[in-house]
Design a protein around this ligand. Structure first.
Ligand code: ARG
Length: 440
């Protein structure tokens, strides 16, 4: 391995240390960003007269050429290099000789790796935002196709009746918040650290505004010590992933429960389920279980990064190199889960008959009966007690509240009239409760 820093050393780095230290196997994913930021850097160096315009142009052309070559054949990204930055610099030196050796003037790998990662995180967060938008659109389209009512739960006990579409809308609301968090994370990172040098800038007359414009950042990142130490933008992204994963995991858990024969509200389509090697009858909601499991992994990755960052002194320390393995893994996982959950919901088989039948059991209209008595003049707490007794009676009689006779109901309160039954039908409850306009 050709070290970038050989001059200071008399002995060679051990083989073991080289393997331990290298990040090329991971950070080669930053090749596009590394070349892009290098092009901006040498463009600025040429304009400022720090290198000649011929040298600048030769470097720009050769960097662009390398980018095209890697695009066509990613296997070029191989060999014994410490990291992607050494790889790109070595290629430039090989192709341009002394001019290649000037590329790293007025720059350190400390500002370079941060600017590369910022561009990478910005791009991938943008891609994630698109996936979340597609997921939201899929949920909304699904909601349009399902008319059924369903029991909603607290403590996993039947509580009240809602339209199935309203259940889906709850997750739409969560994902809309997550989307805002993605944009917030992009907004916060949008400052250019390039030019911070190793930590204290450089004595060269560089133009940081120029590279900021070339790279499309909103502004220059002000403090150079902060610039090279900052991994907040990775922590923020990991928090967004965790939030999204928690929401997707809760929905997965709902749908896993709803897929059991005991509930039988929904069924995964064949494309998102798997079977058992032994039990021929099985159809398992593996996609959802994997999302639930991977949520744990992503939260763990976020915790890892926070733990790495909490104790390192200013400014750059090699600990921070671990950010790549963590970010890539967390991003890939979250990206895959969003696409999978979108597919699962798109193709979800919703058993509408079963759902509509379910809302007639389980005393889901008990609250409405209490509200009815309140309308007839009873204080709510008293009405609550009366209905509680009616429920106990109905359970013993193995009947639902709306199956009790008028006489039986009047036995609990003389406020009950024949119109009570109008208030107890699930469809009627819906007309009075959740209205269409509550969706938006
Ligand atoms: N591979 C390194 C990283 O990911 C790049 C920065 C190296 N800087 C240094 N001073 N060794 O953090």
């Amino acid at each position: 391995m050709a070290d970038l820093w050989g001059g200071r050393f008399e002995g060679d780095t051990s083989e073991l240390m080289q393997q331990f230290n290298e990040s090329f196997s991971l950070d080669q994913r930053l090749w596009y960003e590394d070349i892009t930021t290098s092009i901006a850097h040498v463009t600025m160096l040429g304009e400022q007269g720090i290198i000649t315009s011929e040298e600048s142009e030769a470097l720009q052309a050769e960097l662009a050429q390398l980018r095209t070559e890697i695009e066509a054949d990613p296997s070029i990204l191989s060999g014994n290099y410490e990291d992607i930055h050494s790889f790109v610099e070595a290629k430039m030196i090989k192709r341009l000789g002394d001019t290649g050796k000037k590329m790293h003037t007025a720059r350190s790998r400390n500002d370079q790796v941060t600017v590369d990662m910022k561009l990478y995180v910005k791009r991938t967060l943008g891609e994630l935002a698109e996936l979340i938008e597609a997921m939201i659109a899929t949920f909304q389209a699904k909601a349009e196709t399902v008319d059924a009512l369903m029991p909603a739960y607290t403590h996993l006990q039947r509580a009240q009746i809602v339209p199935f579409s309203y259940y889906l809308d709850a997750y739409v609301a969560m994902f809309e918040r997550d989307l805002k968090k993605v944009y917030q994370a992009i907004n916060l990172l949008d400052e250019n650290p390039l030019g911070a040098g190793a930590l204290a800038g450089t004595t060269y007359d560089i133009n940081r505004q120029r590279t900021t414009d070339l790279l499309g950042f909103r502004q220059v990142q002000r403090n150079t010590l902060d610039s090279v130490s900052n991994r907040d933008f990775i922590l923020d992204a990991l928090q967004v992933f965790s939030s999204l994963m928690v929401h997707m995991s809760r929905m997965s858990e709902d749908l896993i429960i709803y897929s059991s024969q005991e509930f039988a509200f929904v069924e995964s389509s064949d494309s998102y389920a798997t079977g058992s090697s032994m039990m021929p009858q099985k159809k398992n909601p593996d996609a959802l279980e994997l999302i639930r499991g991977k949520a744990g992994k992503v939260i763990g990755l976020m915790n890892s990064m926070y733990t790495i960052m909490k104790g390192i002194p200013l400014t750059y320390n090699k600990d921070m190199q671990e950010d790549k393995a963590i970010y890539f893994e967390a991003y890939d996982t979250t990206n895959a889960c969003v696409r999978i959950l979108t597919g699962v919901v798109d193709e979800l088989i919703v058993k509408e008959d079963r759902l509509n039948e379910t809302v007639h059991d389980g005393y889901l209209n008990a609250t409405e009966l209490a509200d009815y008595l309140v309308r007839k003049g009873l204080p709510f707490r008293e009405a609550h007690g009366i209905v509680g007794e009616a429920v106990v009676y109905a359970i013993k009689a193995t009947k639902q509240l709306h199956e009790l006779s008028l006489d039986e109901l009047q036995g609990f309160s003389n406020k009950v009239d024949a119109d009570v039954f109008d208030y107890l039908q699930p469809e009627k409850i819906m007309q009075q409760g959740i209205k269409r306009d509550m969706f938006r």
